[in-house]
Design a protein around this ligand. Sequence first.
Ligand code: MG
Ligand code: ZN
Length: 377
Amino acid sequence: MPYRFSMGILLWVSFFAACKSPQPGLPGLAEEPRKARNVILLIGDGMALPQVSAALYSNNNKLNLEQFSIIGFHKPSSASDLITDSAAGATAFACGVKTYNGAIGMTKDTLPCFTILEELDALGYATGLVATSTIVHATPAAFVAHQPLRVFYEAIAADFLKTDLDLAIGGGKRYFDRREEDERDLVKELQQKGYIVSDYFREELNQITSVSKRPFFYFTADKHPLTHAAGRDYLPYATDFALSFLRRRSDKGFFLMIEGSQIDWGGHSNDGGLAVDETLDFDEAVGQVLKFAKKDGETLVLVTGDHESGGLALNPGSRMNDLHLAFTTNGHTAALVPVFAYGPSAELFAGIYENTEIYFKMKQALGLAQETTSSSE
Ligand code: MG
Ligand code: ZN
């Protein structure tokens, strides 16, 4: 009977198909983690568990961060101090080296270190930086600049001309076009290099139709942008803009760093409301990125902080949406910092490890772990 015959064939075919698939659980045959095509690193400056907890309990017990299932912790110390600053913290992520507090993209011997952004750019990836501080501030700076001290803002701005960064969105226009240390007009120089340069004076970011044919630089403020509470609202939109821009910019993939810069300032000023509000704004960007990554399927998303800020405590008497926040310092603290990972190779980020491991794990996730392109230890 033809029906029986075809059933027999089907059984044989499925038997062989079963034999061909590798047997799970055998030593040495463990499946390689899936490689990522894009990496998006979101850094909440000054965001560790207290800031995440305070934002969660100030937002009806809900955060986009809860969508992550792979979670780890990094040890945020620097080469010079148990308590890192943002410059050494970002350099650890960018280069995989522990350096001294204040160093921007430099080793502890003040040698420039090749950053993951520069490495990926050289390999043909599209690259971008988005921040809610000036774009020359420590966290974004450490991915493209190489300066012995974080306060060399004009020198850091000049370093942006030495990269082929595809997209930058952040404040700090005055360090580019009204410089005090020289007569250079870096906005003009960026344009001569092929960039479309715009700013908040000229047009709102959401009025710009993203043209990915030319690299794009957008200034959101002359110095630091406002706090979110005072009206700064571009982070979620800039996130979407950057994602659609970078996706079309290279066939190879892209690297994007997005910073919630001002969470840290809530710690420094012992302003719990500011820390919470900035963390919630950052969490909204996290939500946008996750939406993109879930649809895309080839994007590794990492969310972490560089260090805790303020020694924030959720004190007794706190209730849902009514927290009694207190601080132990107006500086940073040494607490472990959570790392949330989603997407291909996310499992690499479970566990407890040094902050420098984030760099090596990102490269492993991209399938670039073997290439030793780092110019330093
Ligand atoms: Mg920062
Ligand atoms: Zn700080």
